[in-house]
Design a protein around this ligand. Structure first.
Ligand code: PXP
Length: 249
């Protein structure tokens, strides 16, 4: 049975929309764990558009499941990973213009660089996963890199028209089998939601699904009524304010 890694980047996105302190992804990770998350995933982007260094440091201290740090394969991010010691590093491609991670890593083209990073992280006892498209040539290069895990990019499956979806699902299924023949362990994620997750979760050998946007969207949907109720109660029945009658200075 596949486990669930909850990606909390979008909680940080809401906070950064106002450059304020709420919602704080650190206590939200605890709530995700209470809800059954088997792991917490954050992507520390080079432009720090959502998750901040402080979040990663605090999550390392508070996450009681497993902390998976998604990051670009750069020297700066390597230094963060070696300092923070997450339970796993998932290397992803990164492009400043993109709204979200658009495709998998080109492991074939970057094999020697990635292999060196994998070795450095392994020497620090940090398991490494490579985020790749479901493609046999890429998976072969993943094996050659020394990584022991891959995360299959499910974006094409998630975005496919219903007619194309069985084909994209078959690619994920076959790629999982190929990766396992190569001795790799398999996670998957990107674009999965409450409508499309079940066939991917049922793929034999699939270990963990990393899911973010749809879970945060659902949290807003199921929590909004309560949040409005609480605000309306304060407005309709305000407590006497300690601020009235006070002088400044
Ligand atoms: N896995 C990876 C490698 C990702 O980059 C992302 C998006 O940050 C996810 C999983 C989660 O994708 P989504 O937010 O669409 O569920």
């Amino acid at each position: 049975m596949a486990s669930l890694g909850v990606n909390i980047d979008h909680i940080a996105n809401i906070r950064e929309a106002r450059h304020t302190v709420e919602p704080d992804p650190v206590p939200m990770a605890m709530l995700a764990e209470l809800g059954g998350a088997d792991g917490i995933t954050v992507h520390l982007r080079e432009d720090r558009r959502h998750v901040q260094d402080r979040d990663v440091e605090l999550l390392r201290q508070t996450v009681r499941s497993r902390l998976n740090l998604e990051m670009a394969a750069t020297e700066e991010m390597m230094a963060v990973a070696l300092r923070v010691q997450p339970d796993m590093v998932t290397l992803v491609p990164e492009n400043r213009q993109e709204v979200t991670t658009e495709g998998g890593l080109d492991v074939v083209a970057q094999l020697s660089t990635l292999a060196a990073m994998v070795e450095k992280l392994h020497n620090s006892n940090i398991p490494v996963s490579l985020f790749v498209d479901p493609d046999a040539t890429e998976l072969e290069a993943c094996r050659d890199s020394g990584a022991r895990w891959v995360e299959l990019h499910t974006g094409r499956y998630a975005e496919a028209e219903w007619k194309e979806q069985p084909y994209e699902l078959a690619r994920l299924n076959e790629s999982t089998a190929i990766a396992r023949q190569f001795g790799l362990r398999v996670n998957a994620g990107h674009g999965l939601n409450y409508q499309n997750v079940e066939p991917v979760a049922a793929i034999p050998g699939m270990e963990e699904l990393n899911i973010g946007h749809t879970v945060v969207a659902r949290a807003v949907a199921v929590g909004l009524q309560q949040a409005v109720r609480e605000m309306k109660a304060l407005i309709q029945n305000p407590r006497p304010s300690f601020l009235f009658g006070q002088t400044i200075g």
